[in-house]
Design a binder for this molecule. Structure first.
Ligand code: HGY
Ligand code: MN
Ligand code: MN
Length: 412
């Protein structure tokens, strides 16, 4: 079957989608349930209904666009990703997997393919942790990795409850209805930029993901004693920010100490109170992200962070409270779905390599309820979560063509 990807249409749609942003191009900021996110969702819905897909929105805004197959009893196959974007991000993270899946479906329909299994494009809500502090909110609820009780307790960065935010966005249903039955899907395949440098460096157009790293995120609250920057003598201080600085260095050292490149740790958020140049910081809140493809090694870093916190607490006479926001296991991709991707790549005469995903994705949670695999395309210098994130037309077209071929194999 000849799969004809209309790449000009896809690039135009990616450009249109990038324009739904709270900041000027080339940066993209599209926070979940923001005005930009809601406009982007409405835009996507129009594209998908124009393509003949049915639409189902769940209570947290996951949106499932379906091409109904001939066998209504058969489990569907699905693809998809996210369109929310962290502050000052790029235009390809997530969106390639959403617009790409739509184009794969349009190409199969144009080629006259008739799926036995329904084929679904899933738009996941809030893959990024920006607003509610936890990543993959929508796919966690779909897979049961997050309970409705835990979700109802989530507050956004302004202290609003998830319930109030999602209702204002037009998603007012009961969260308990979000969870999918296991085996509702025969397979899920996510197309995504690599967000790393390997494919480009090796000149290989496709990465077939075998494992998705295990993410953990911590909130660390450090409390010392504030005071006048001129009046309080150095030996009498309990400076929360200097204590935080020591802990951040210990976090970096803990990741390096494993000796594995697969261990990473980042302190991405540091909020200082009161934040005045002539006032000793009394409180600091850190946001820490720790990952590894091996669970034990990831957890050993979490243990080392606890030990370092104890040491800083005692020596600097500050309080240090560590809250684990999430600490998820890694996922192994399904061998049959991986084989479908390798066969499709060979069918499309494209070279590929097996690869590990260091970023987490909604596939990590979909893997709890169905067989999954991911298909990566190169991104320039591996750059992502930055305005200069870039994927070429050619690489995007290759990814969509192989995705379409794979979905067709899974849907017959
Ligand atoms: O942080 C991640 O791995 C993903 O891009 N949200
Ligand atoms: Mn991302
Ligand atoms: Mn992503």
């Amino acid at each position: 079957m000849k799969i004809d990807v209309q790449i000009d249409r896809v690039m135009g749609e990616l450009a249109d989608l990038a324009a739904f942003s709270a900041v000027p191009a080339p940066a993209v900021t599209r926070i979940v349930f923001s005005e930009q996110d809601l406009r982007a969702r409405a835009w996507l819905r129009r594209l998908c209904t124009d393509a003949g897909l049915s639409v189902r929105e769940d209570a947290v805004g996951n949106t499932l666009f379906r091409w109904v197959g001939t066998d209504l009893k058969a489990a569907a196959v699905a693809s998809g990703s996210h369109i929310d974007a962290i502050p000052n991000a790029g235009r390809f993270d997530g969106t390639v997997g959403v617009v790409g899946a739509l184009e794969a479906i349009r190409a199969l329909r144009a080629a006259g393919f008739v799926p036995r299994r329904s084929i679904e494009l899933i738009l996941f809500t809030s893959e990024e942790p920006t607003r509610f502090g936890v990543g993959c909110l929508g796919s966690r609820l779909l897979s049961g990795a997050l309970s409705t009780k835990q979700a109802e307790q989530l507050l956004d960065t302004d202290g609003n409850t998830l319930a109030s935010v999602r209702r204002t966005a037009g998603f007012g249903g009961n969260l308990a209805t979000v969870r999918l039955r296991p085996n509702q899907y025969a397979g899920f395949v996510e197309l995504h930029i690599e967000q790393g440098p390997l494919l480009e460096r090796e000149g290989i157009p496709l990465g077939i993901v075998t494992h998705i790293a295990a993410p953990a995120s911590l909130r660390v609250d450090i409390e010392g004693e504030g005071g006048h920057a001129g009046a309080v003598l150095m030996p009498e201080r309990r400076d929360a920010l200097v204590a935080a600085a020591e802990l951040m260095l210990a976090i970096e050292a803990a990741a390096l100490a494993t000796g594995s490149n697969d261990t990473v740790a980042t302190t991405g958020v540091c909020q200082i109170f009161p934040g005045a140049v002539n006032s000793i910081p009394s409180r600091v809140q850190l946001g820490v992200d720790v990952r590894d493809i091996e669970l034990q090694r990831r957890d050993s870093v979490l243990g080392a962070i606890e030990t370092a916190a104890k040491e800083v607490r005692l020596r600097r006479k500050v309080s240090v409270a560590i809250e684990t926001i999430n600490a998820d296991p890694p996922a192994a991709c399904d061998p049959d779905i991986v084989t479908a991707l390798t066969t499709a790549s060979e069918q499309q005469n494209l070279r590929y390599r097996r690869i590990v995903s260091r970023a987490y994705h909604d596939s990590l949670f979909m893997s709890r309820i169905c067989p999954v695999a991911m298909l990566f395309i190169p991104c320039r210098k591996g750059i992502s979560h930055r305005p200069d994130e870039y994927a070429s037309e050619k690489d995007i077209a290759n990814g969509i063509r192989v995705l379409a071929d794979t979905l067709a194999r899974l849907a017959i």
